[in-house]
Design a protein around this ligand. Sequence first.
Ligand SMILES: Cc1ncc(COP(=O)(O)O)c(C=O)c1O
Length: 497
Amino acid sequence: MSDIFQFNGAEGSGWSQPEPIIDDSLNTVPVSLRRSNLPRWPRASEPELVRHYTLLSQRNFGIDTGFYPLGSCTMKHNPRINERIVQLPGIDRIHPLQPEHQIQGLLSIYFEMQEMLEICAGMDQVTLQPVAGAQGEFTAIRCIQEYHRSNGDYQRDKVIVPDSAHGTNPASAAMCGYEIVEIPSGDDGRLDLDALRAAVGEDTAAMMITNPSTLGIFEPEIAKAAEIVHSAGGQMYYDGANFNAILGKTDPGRMGFDAVHYNLHKTFSQPHGGGGPGSGPIGVKEHLAGFLPSPIADREVAEDGGVTGDGYRYFWRTPDSTIGKVQQWHGNAGAVVRSWAYYRRYGKELELMSEHAVLNANYLRHQIMNANSDKRDAIHCMPVDGAPAEVVKHEFTLSMQPLKETTGVTGKDVAKRLLDYGYMSPTLYFPMIVPECLMIEPTETESREVLDKFAEDFLTILSEDPELVQTAPHDTDVRRVDEVLAARSLVLRKEFD
Ligand SMILES: Cc1ncc(COP(=O)(O)O)c(C=O)c1O
Protein backbone atom coordinates (compact mmCIF):
# COMPACT_ATOMS: atom_id res chain seq x y z
CA MET A 1 0.00 0.00 0.00
CA SER A 2 1.57 3.34 -1.02
CA ASP A 3 -0.73 5.85 0.60
CA ILE A 4 -4.38 6.21 1.22
CA PHE A 5 -4.98 8.55 -1.69
CA GLN A 6 -3.63 6.09 -4.21
CA PHE A 7 -5.20 3.07 -2.57
CA ASN A 8 -8.84 4.14 -2.14
CA GLY A 9 -10.57 1.16 -0.55
CA ALA A 10 -13.67 -0.80 -1.39
CA GLU A 11 -17.00 0.83 -2.23
CA GLY A 12 -19.01 1.28 0.95
CA SER A 13 -16.01 0.99 3.28
CA GLY A 14 -15.16 3.71 5.78
CA TRP A 15 -17.46 6.46 6.90
CA SER A 16 -19.98 8.41 4.81
CA GLN A 17 -20.75 12.06 5.16
CA PRO A 18 -24.30 12.72 6.38
CA GLU A 19 -26.67 14.55 4.07
CA PRO A 20 -26.13 18.32 4.29
CA ILE A 21 -28.35 19.95 6.89
CA ILE A 22 -28.27 23.42 5.38
CA ASP A 23 -31.76 24.56 4.60
CA ASP A 24 -31.34 26.43 1.32
CA SER A 25 -34.40 28.53 1.90
CA LEU A 26 -32.79 30.10 5.01
CA ASN A 27 -29.89 31.39 2.95
CA THR A 28 -27.50 30.91 5.90
CA VAL A 29 -24.39 30.23 3.79
CA PRO A 30 -23.89 32.61 0.85
CA VAL A 31 -23.81 30.75 -2.44
CA SER A 32 -20.37 32.21 -3.22
CA LEU A 33 -18.94 30.43 -0.19
CA ARG A 34 -20.42 27.01 -0.94
CA ARG A 35 -18.33 24.37 -2.64
CA SER A 36 -19.35 23.46 -6.13
CA ASN A 37 -17.98 19.93 -6.22
CA LEU A 38 -17.87 17.17 -3.66
CA PRO A 39 -14.72 16.70 -1.55
CA ARG A 40 -12.60 13.78 -2.74
CA TRP A 41 -12.21 11.99 0.55
CA PRO A 42 -10.37 8.73 0.11
CA ARG A 43 -12.37 5.64 1.02
CA ALA A 44 -10.80 3.56 3.76
CA SER A 45 -11.66 1.10 6.44
CA GLU A 46 -10.20 1.54 9.90
CA PRO A 47 -7.20 -0.81 9.38
CA GLU A 48 -6.44 0.95 6.08
CA LEU A 49 -6.56 4.29 7.81
CA VAL A 50 -4.27 3.08 10.60
CA ARG A 51 -1.84 1.71 8.00
CA HIS A 52 -1.83 5.05 6.22
CA TYR A 53 -0.74 6.98 9.30
CA THR A 54 1.72 4.31 10.38
CA LEU A 55 3.27 4.44 6.92
CA LEU A 56 3.63 8.21 7.15
CA SER A 57 5.30 7.91 10.55
CA GLN A 58 7.76 5.39 9.10
CA ARG A 59 8.76 7.80 6.36
CA ASN A 60 9.88 10.25 8.99
CA PHE A 61 13.19 10.20 10.82
CA GLY A 62 13.29 10.93 14.54
CA ILE A 63 15.32 10.30 17.65
CA ASP A 64 13.11 7.22 18.24
CA THR A 65 14.14 5.88 14.82
CA GLY A 66 17.89 6.32 14.90
CA PHE A 67 20.99 8.28 15.90
CA TYR A 68 20.36 12.00 15.52
CA PRO A 69 23.65 13.87 16.04
CA LEU A 70 22.24 17.29 15.18
CA GLY A 71 24.66 19.85 16.61
CA SER A 72 23.16 22.75 18.52
CA CYS A 73 19.61 21.35 18.30
CA THR A 74 20.20 18.54 20.82
CA MET A 75 17.99 15.61 19.91
CA LYS A 76 18.21 13.18 22.79
CA HIS A 77 16.09 10.41 24.21
CA ASN A 78 13.06 11.60 26.16
CA PRO A 79 12.35 9.16 29.00
CA ARG A 80 8.81 7.77 28.67
CA ILE A 81 8.15 8.15 32.40
CA ASN A 82 7.81 11.89 31.73
CA GLU A 83 4.83 11.20 29.49
CA ARG A 84 3.07 9.26 32.24
CA ILE A 85 3.62 12.10 34.68
CA VAL A 86 2.40 14.81 32.35
CA GLN A 87 -0.73 12.75 31.68
CA LEU A 88 -1.73 12.47 35.34
CA PRO A 89 -5.28 13.81 35.67
CA GLY A 90 -4.17 16.53 38.13
CA ILE A 91 -1.96 17.92 35.40
CA ASP A 92 -3.43 17.23 31.99
CA ARG A 93 -7.05 18.04 32.96
CA ILE A 94 -6.20 21.53 34.23
CA HIS A 95 -7.74 24.50 32.47
CA PRO A 96 -5.51 27.59 32.41
CA LEU A 97 -8.34 29.71 33.81
CA GLN A 98 -8.74 27.58 36.93
CA PRO A 99 -8.33 29.54 40.18
CA GLU A 100 -5.10 29.21 42.15
CA HIS A 101 -6.59 27.18 45.01
CA GLN A 102 -7.51 24.41 42.53
CA ILE A 103 -4.06 24.17 40.92
CA GLN A 104 -1.75 24.18 43.94
CA GLY A 105 0.06 21.05 42.66
CA LEU A 106 0.93 22.55 39.28
CA LEU A 107 1.89 25.86 40.91
CA SER A 108 4.23 24.05 43.29
CA ILE A 109 5.89 22.31 40.30
CA TYR A 110 6.32 25.70 38.62
CA PHE A 111 7.81 27.17 41.78
CA GLU A 112 10.22 24.27 42.26
CA MET A 113 11.25 24.44 38.62
CA GLN A 114 11.93 28.18 38.86
CA GLU A 115 13.98 27.65 42.01
CA MET A 116 15.99 24.79 40.48
CA LEU A 117 16.75 26.83 37.35
CA GLU A 118 17.77 29.82 39.46
CA ILE A 119 20.24 27.67 41.38
CA CYS A 120 21.62 26.00 38.23
CA ALA A 121 22.26 29.32 36.50
CA GLY A 122 23.20 31.48 39.49
CA MET A 123 20.27 33.82 38.81
CA ASP A 124 17.82 35.47 41.24
CA GLN A 125 14.50 35.05 39.46
CA VAL A 126 13.19 32.81 36.69
CA THR A 127 10.03 33.01 34.61
CA LEU A 128 8.74 29.96 32.75
CA GLN A 129 6.72 32.02 30.26
CA PRO A 130 8.67 31.88 26.95
CA VAL A 131 8.04 28.79 24.83
CA ALA A 132 11.28 28.67 22.82
CA GLY A 133 14.91 29.64 23.25
CA ALA A 134 14.49 32.41 20.71
CA GLN A 135 11.47 33.77 22.55
CA GLY A 136 13.48 33.67 25.78
CA GLU A 137 16.20 35.72 24.09
CA PHE A 138 13.66 38.28 22.92
CA THR A 139 12.04 38.45 26.38
CA ALA A 140 15.34 38.90 28.23
CA ILE A 141 16.61 41.54 25.80
CA ARG A 142 13.30 43.41 26.23
CA CYS A 143 13.86 43.32 30.03
CA ILE A 144 17.38 44.66 29.54
CA GLN A 145 16.00 47.38 27.26
CA GLU A 146 13.45 48.46 29.90
CA TYR A 147 16.18 48.41 32.53
CA HIS A 148 18.32 50.84 30.50
CA ARG A 149 15.30 53.03 29.83
CA SER A 150 14.47 53.11 33.54
CA ASN A 151 18.00 54.47 34.11
CA GLY A 152 17.51 57.12 31.43
CA ASP A 153 20.03 55.29 29.19
CA TYR A 154 18.13 55.76 25.95
CA GLN A 155 21.32 56.07 23.87
CA ARG A 156 22.15 52.37 24.34
CA ASP A 157 21.03 51.07 20.98
CA LYS A 158 23.59 48.36 20.11
CA VAL A 159 23.90 44.68 20.96
CA ILE A 160 27.23 42.91 20.47
CA VAL A 161 27.37 39.30 19.22
CA PRO A 162 30.39 37.17 18.26
CA ASP A 163 30.46 35.88 14.67
CA SER A 164 30.02 32.33 16.01
CA ALA A 165 26.65 33.25 17.57
CA HIS A 166 23.49 31.32 16.86
CA GLY A 167 21.36 33.21 14.33
CA THR A 168 18.55 33.71 16.82
CA ASN A 169 20.77 36.03 18.94
CA PRO A 170 21.08 38.89 16.43
CA ALA A 171 17.51 38.23 15.24
CA SER A 172 16.06 38.58 18.78
CA ALA A 173 18.03 41.76 19.47
CA ALA A 174 16.98 43.21 16.11
CA MET A 175 13.33 42.44 16.94
CA CYS A 176 13.75 44.65 20.02
CA GLY A 177 14.98 47.45 17.74
CA TYR A 178 18.71 47.09 18.43
CA GLU A 179 21.50 47.52 15.95
CA ILE A 180 23.79 44.46 15.84
CA VAL A 181 27.56 44.76 16.19
CA GLU A 182 29.27 41.52 15.14
CA ILE A 183 32.77 40.90 16.44
CA PRO A 184 35.15 38.40 14.81
CA SER A 185 36.43 35.37 16.72
CA GLY A 186 40.14 34.85 17.22
CA ASP A 187 42.11 32.30 15.16
CA ASP A 188 41.40 29.68 17.81
CA GLY A 189 37.65 30.22 17.38
CA ARG A 190 37.37 31.85 20.77
CA LEU A 191 36.13 35.27 21.80
CA ASP A 192 38.61 38.00 20.87
CA LEU A 193 38.83 40.38 23.86
CA ASP A 194 40.55 43.11 21.82
CA ALA A 195 37.73 43.05 19.30
CA LEU A 196 35.27 43.28 22.21
CA ARG A 197 37.13 46.22 23.77
CA ALA A 198 37.00 48.02 20.44
CA ALA A 199 33.27 47.38 20.09
CA VAL A 200 31.92 48.45 23.52
CA GLY A 201 30.92 51.99 24.34
CA GLU A 202 28.21 54.21 25.78
CA ASP A 203 25.86 52.88 23.13
CA THR A 204 26.26 49.23 24.22
CA ALA A 205 23.04 47.80 25.58
CA ALA A 206 24.21 44.19 25.91
CA MET A 207 26.43 41.42 24.70
CA MET A 208 24.84 38.08 23.76
CA ILE A 209 27.04 35.00 23.85
CA THR A 210 26.81 31.29 24.48
CA ASN A 211 29.43 29.41 26.48
CA PRO A 212 30.54 26.85 25.38
CA SER A 213 30.31 28.49 22.00
CA THR A 214 28.65 27.01 18.95
CA LEU A 215 32.06 25.48 18.18
CA GLY A 216 31.63 23.42 21.33
CA ILE A 217 34.53 25.11 23.09
CA PHE A 218 34.57 26.86 26.44
CA GLU A 219 35.41 30.57 26.60
CA PRO A 220 37.95 30.76 29.43
CA GLU A 221 38.06 34.56 29.32
CA ILE A 222 34.33 34.99 29.80
CA ALA A 223 34.67 36.74 33.18
CA LYS A 224 37.01 39.31 31.60
CA ALA A 225 34.52 39.82 28.78
CA ALA A 226 31.81 40.47 31.38
CA GLU A 227 34.03 43.04 33.08
CA ILE A 228 34.62 44.85 29.78
CA VAL A 229 30.92 44.99 28.94
CA HIS A 230 29.87 45.98 32.46
CA SER A 231 32.45 48.73 32.72
CA ALA A 232 30.89 50.25 29.59
CA GLY A 233 27.46 50.03 31.29
CA GLY A 234 26.20 47.11 29.15
CA GLN A 235 24.49 43.90 30.27
CA MET A 236 25.67 40.34 29.69
CA TYR A 237 23.22 37.90 28.13
CA TYR A 238 23.89 34.16 28.27
CA ASP A 239 22.41 32.03 25.50
CA GLY A 240 21.80 28.90 27.58
CA ALA A 241 21.06 26.60 24.66
CA ASN A 242 24.35 24.85 25.38
CA PHE A 243 23.65 24.44 29.09
CA ASN A 244 23.88 20.65 28.85
CA ALA A 245 27.67 21.10 28.65
CA ILE A 246 28.12 22.84 31.99
CA LEU A 247 25.09 22.15 34.15
CA GLY A 248 26.15 21.39 37.71
CA LYS A 249 29.79 22.28 36.95
CA THR A 250 29.67 26.06 36.73
CA ASP A 251 27.01 28.66 36.04
CA PRO A 252 26.49 31.87 34.06
CA GLY A 253 25.92 33.87 37.27
CA ARG A 254 29.48 33.09 38.32
CA MET A 255 30.77 34.01 34.87
CA GLY A 256 29.28 37.49 35.22
CA PHE A 257 26.03 37.21 33.26
CA ASP A 258 22.92 39.26 34.10
CA ALA A 259 20.33 37.27 32.14
CA VAL A 260 20.07 33.80 30.61
CA HIS A 261 17.63 31.65 28.74
CA TYR A 262 17.32 27.89 29.11
CA ASN A 263 16.14 25.48 26.42
CA LEU A 264 14.16 22.99 28.48
CA HIS A 265 13.56 20.94 25.31
CA LYS A 266 17.31 20.53 24.84
CA THR A 267 18.92 20.53 28.28
CA PHE A 268 16.11 18.78 30.10
CA SER A 269 13.37 16.82 28.39
CA GLN A 270 10.63 17.55 25.90
CA PRO A 271 10.16 15.83 22.55
CA HIS A 272 10.74 18.53 19.93
CA GLY A 273 11.72 19.10 16.36
CA GLY A 274 10.62 21.13 13.40
CA GLY A 275 10.35 24.27 15.52
CA GLY A 276 8.58 23.02 18.62
CA PRO A 277 7.03 22.44 21.02
CA GLY A 278 9.55 23.87 23.43
CA SER A 279 10.10 25.95 26.49
CA GLY A 280 12.63 28.77 26.85
CA PRO A 281 12.42 30.12 30.43
CA ILE A 282 14.67 33.02 31.33
CA GLY A 283 16.54 33.80 34.52
CA VAL A 284 17.77 37.24 35.56
CA LYS A 285 19.71 38.93 38.32
CA GLU A 286 17.80 40.97 40.90
CA HIS A 287 18.13 44.31 39.08
CA LEU A 288 16.20 42.92 36.07
CA ALA A 289 13.62 40.88 37.99
CA GLY A 290 10.99 43.64 38.14
CA PHE A 291 10.71 43.69 34.33
CA LEU A 292 9.95 39.99 33.83
CA PRO A 293 6.72 38.96 32.13
CA SER A 294 3.89 37.58 34.23
CA PRO A 295 2.79 35.36 35.75
CA ILE A 296 5.55 34.03 38.00
CA ALA A 297 4.80 31.29 40.52
CA ASP A 298 5.31 32.43 44.11
CA ARG A 299 4.45 31.13 47.57
CA GLU A 300 3.77 32.20 51.15
CA VAL A 301 3.54 30.32 54.40
CA ALA A 302 0.05 28.81 54.76
CA GLU A 303 -1.50 28.89 58.24
CA ASP A 304 -3.34 25.62 57.52
CA GLY A 305 -0.26 23.83 56.17
CA GLY A 306 -1.25 24.25 52.52
CA VAL A 307 -2.93 21.87 50.07
CA THR A 308 0.32 20.27 48.93
CA GLY A 309 1.28 19.54 52.54
CA ASP A 310 4.60 21.43 52.38
CA GLY A 311 3.40 24.37 54.51
CA TYR A 312 2.96 26.84 51.64
CA ARG A 313 0.20 28.41 49.59
CA TYR A 314 1.20 28.98 45.97
CA PHE A 315 -0.02 31.85 43.80
CA TRP A 316 0.69 33.72 40.56
CA ARG A 317 2.53 37.03 40.84
CA THR A 318 3.06 39.90 38.40
CA PRO A 319 6.37 41.80 38.71
CA ASP A 320 5.97 45.57 39.37
CA SER A 321 7.50 46.89 36.13
CA THR A 322 6.66 43.91 33.93
CA ILE A 323 7.21 44.18 30.18
CA GLY A 324 3.81 42.42 29.87
CA LYS A 325 2.86 39.04 28.49
CA VAL A 326 5.01 37.27 25.91
CA GLN A 327 2.89 34.12 25.81
CA GLN A 328 -0.67 33.20 26.55
CA TRP A 329 -1.51 31.51 29.84
CA HIS A 330 1.40 29.98 31.77
CA GLY A 331 3.83 29.14 28.99
CA ASN A 332 4.18 25.58 27.75
CA ALA A 333 3.04 23.74 30.90
CA GLY A 334 3.58 20.28 29.36
CA ALA A 335 7.25 21.01 28.64
CA VAL A 336 7.72 22.43 32.14
CA VAL A 337 6.24 19.32 33.78
CA ARG A 338 8.21 16.88 31.59
CA SER A 339 11.43 18.77 32.35
CA TRP A 340 10.56 18.85 36.04
CA ALA A 341 10.07 15.07 36.00
CA TYR A 342 13.42 14.69 34.25
CA TYR A 343 15.26 16.85 36.76
CA ARG A 344 13.52 15.08 39.67
CA ARG A 345 14.80 11.76 38.31
CA TYR A 346 18.40 13.03 38.30
CA GLY A 347 18.11 15.11 41.48
CA LYS A 348 21.51 16.08 42.83
CA GLU A 349 23.16 13.99 40.14
CA LEU A 350 22.04 16.31 37.34
CA GLU A 351 25.67 17.06 36.56
CA LEU A 352 26.05 13.44 35.37
CA MET A 353 23.97 14.40 32.36
CA SER A 354 26.48 17.10 31.38
CA GLU A 355 29.42 14.81 32.09
CA HIS A 356 28.08 12.13 29.77
CA ALA A 357 27.20 14.65 27.04
CA VAL A 358 30.76 15.98 27.12
CA LEU A 359 32.29 12.51 27.35
CA ASN A 360 30.31 11.26 24.36
CA ALA A 361 31.25 14.28 22.23
CA ASN A 362 34.93 13.89 23.04
CA TYR A 363 34.84 10.13 22.50
CA LEU A 364 33.20 10.44 19.10
CA ARG A 365 35.53 13.23 18.06
CA HIS A 366 38.46 11.11 19.09
CA GLN A 367 37.18 8.07 17.17
CA ILE A 368 36.81 10.14 14.01
CA MET A 369 40.03 12.12 14.30
CA ASN A 370 42.15 9.11 15.20
CA ALA A 371 41.36 7.40 11.94
CA ASN A 372 44.05 6.27 9.51
CA SER A 373 45.92 9.28 8.26
CA ASP A 374 44.44 9.08 4.73
CA LYS A 375 40.98 9.59 6.16
CA ARG A 376 42.01 12.02 8.82
CA ASP A 377 43.57 14.23 6.16
CA ALA A 378 40.13 14.64 4.62
CA ILE A 379 38.78 16.55 7.58
CA HIS A 380 39.80 19.22 9.98
CA CYS A 381 38.65 19.27 13.53
CA MET A 382 37.89 22.86 14.30
CA PRO A 383 39.03 25.04 15.82
CA VAL A 384 42.23 23.42 16.88
CA ASP A 385 43.88 21.94 13.81
CA GLY A 386 46.86 19.90 14.75
CA ALA A 387 45.92 19.80 18.40
CA PRO A 388 43.49 16.90 18.72
CA ALA A 389 44.20 16.61 22.44
CA GLU A 390 42.09 19.69 23.11
CA VAL A 391 38.90 18.86 24.93
CA VAL A 392 35.60 20.04 23.53
CA LYS A 393 32.34 20.31 25.42
CA HIS A 394 29.07 18.70 24.33
CA GLU A 395 29.50 19.13 20.56
CA PHE A 396 32.23 19.58 17.99
CA THR A 397 32.69 20.85 14.47
CA LEU A 398 34.43 19.19 11.54
CA SER A 399 35.52 20.99 8.40
CA MET A 400 35.14 19.01 5.17
CA GLN A 401 37.16 21.64 3.29
CA PRO A 402 40.20 19.37 2.72
CA LEU A 403 37.92 16.64 1.36
CA LYS A 404 36.28 19.12 -0.98
CA GLU A 405 39.63 20.32 -2.27
CA THR A 406 40.94 16.82 -2.99
CA THR A 407 37.80 15.00 -4.20
CA GLY A 408 35.11 17.61 -4.81
CA VAL A 409 32.92 15.98 -2.13
CA THR A 410 31.34 18.67 0.06
CA GLY A 411 30.10 18.68 3.63
CA LYS A 412 26.57 18.57 2.27
CA ASP A 413 27.37 15.44 0.22
CA VAL A 414 28.67 13.67 3.33
CA ALA A 415 25.59 14.77 5.29
CA LYS A 416 23.30 13.39 2.58
CA ARG A 417 25.22 10.11 2.37
CA LEU A 418 24.83 9.62 6.12
CA LEU A 419 21.07 9.36 5.50
CA ASP A 420 21.70 6.19 3.47
CA TYR A 421 23.47 4.71 6.49
CA GLY A 422 20.39 5.36 8.64
CA TYR A 423 21.55 8.48 10.47
CA MET A 424 20.08 11.94 10.69
CA SER A 425 22.68 14.20 9.19
CA PRO A 426 24.56 16.50 11.55
CA THR A 427 23.97 20.25 11.45
CA LEU A 428 25.40 21.54 8.20
CA TYR A 429 27.26 24.77 7.39
CA PHE A 430 26.85 26.21 10.90
CA PRO A 431 28.65 27.98 12.48
CA MET A 432 29.49 29.83 9.31
CA ILE A 433 33.06 30.58 10.37
CA VAL A 434 33.99 26.91 9.75
CA PRO A 435 34.30 26.13 6.01
CA GLU A 436 32.27 23.09 4.89
CA CYS A 437 31.18 22.63 8.47
CA LEU A 438 29.51 19.60 10.02
CA MET A 439 28.50 20.12 13.62
CA ILE A 440 28.04 16.96 15.63
CA GLU A 441 26.31 16.56 18.99
CA PRO A 442 25.94 12.93 20.05
CA THR A 443 24.21 13.78 23.39
CA GLU A 444 24.49 11.82 26.61
CA THR A 445 21.85 9.24 25.76
CA GLU A 446 23.83 7.27 23.15
CA SER A 447 25.86 4.18 23.93
CA ARG A 448 29.49 3.59 23.04
CA GLU A 449 28.42 1.01 20.44
CA VAL A 450 26.29 3.57 18.61
CA LEU A 451 29.13 6.09 18.61
CA ASP A 452 31.65 3.49 17.37
CA LYS A 453 29.37 2.45 14.53
CA PHE A 454 28.72 6.05 13.54
CA ALA A 455 32.45 6.83 13.48
CA GLU A 456 33.09 3.72 11.39
CA ASP A 457 30.35 4.59 8.88
CA PHE A 458 31.42 8.21 8.75
CA LEU A 459 34.99 7.21 7.90
CA THR A 460 33.77 4.70 5.31
CA ILE A 461 31.95 7.51 3.51
CA LEU A 462 35.19 9.49 3.27
CA SER A 463 36.73 6.62 1.27
CA GLU A 464 33.76 6.00 -1.00
CA ASP A 465 33.59 6.76 -4.70
CA PRO A 466 33.03 10.55 -4.83
CA GLU A 467 30.20 10.19 -7.31
CA LEU A 468 28.32 7.85 -5.01
CA VAL A 469 28.55 10.40 -2.21
CA GLN A 470 27.79 13.37 -4.42
CA THR A 471 24.54 11.79 -5.64
CA ALA A 472 23.36 10.64 -2.22
CA PRO A 473 20.94 9.94 -0.67
CA HIS A 474 20.09 6.79 -2.62
CA ASP A 475 17.95 4.85 -0.16
CA THR A 476 15.52 7.44 1.17
CA ASP A 477 11.92 8.01 0.08
CA VAL A 478 12.79 11.49 -1.08
CA ARG A 479 16.12 11.96 -2.85
CA ARG A 480 18.13 15.18 -2.87
CA VAL A 481 15.81 18.16 -2.85
CA ASP A 482 16.27 21.76 -3.88
CA GLU A 483 16.46 23.07 -0.32
CA VAL A 484 15.74 26.68 -1.13
CA LEU A 485 12.68 25.73 -3.14
CA ALA A 486 11.60 23.27 -0.43
CA ALA A 487 11.86 25.96 2.26
CA ARG A 488 10.24 28.72 0.22
CA SER A 489 7.48 26.73 -1.48
CA LEU A 490 6.23 24.33 1.13
CA VAL A 491 4.05 21.54 -0.23
CA LEU A 492 1.71 20.77 2.63
CA ARG A 493 -1.33 19.54 0.69
CA LYS A 494 -1.93 16.49 -1.38
CA GLU A 495 -2.81 17.61 -4.88
CA PHE A 496 -5.22 15.39 -6.81
CA ASP A 497 -4.72 14.62 -10.49
C1 LIG B 1 23.00 28.11 20.51
C2 LIG B 1 21.51 28.26 20.33
N1 LIG B 1 20.90 29.41 20.70
C3 LIG B 1 19.57 29.59 20.58
C4 LIG B 1 18.75 28.61 20.04
C5 LIG B 1 17.30 28.88 19.88
O1 LIG B 1 16.48 28.00 20.56
P1 LIG B 1 15.02 27.60 20.02
O2 LIG B 1 15.21 26.72 18.83
O3 LIG B 1 14.35 26.91 21.15
O4 LIG B 1 14.31 28.88 19.65
C6 LIG B 1 19.33 27.39 19.63
C7 LIG B 1 18.49 26.32 19.03
O5 LIG B 1 18.83 25.23 18.78
C8 LIG B 1 20.74 27.22 19.77
O6 LIG B 1 21.34 26.08 19.41
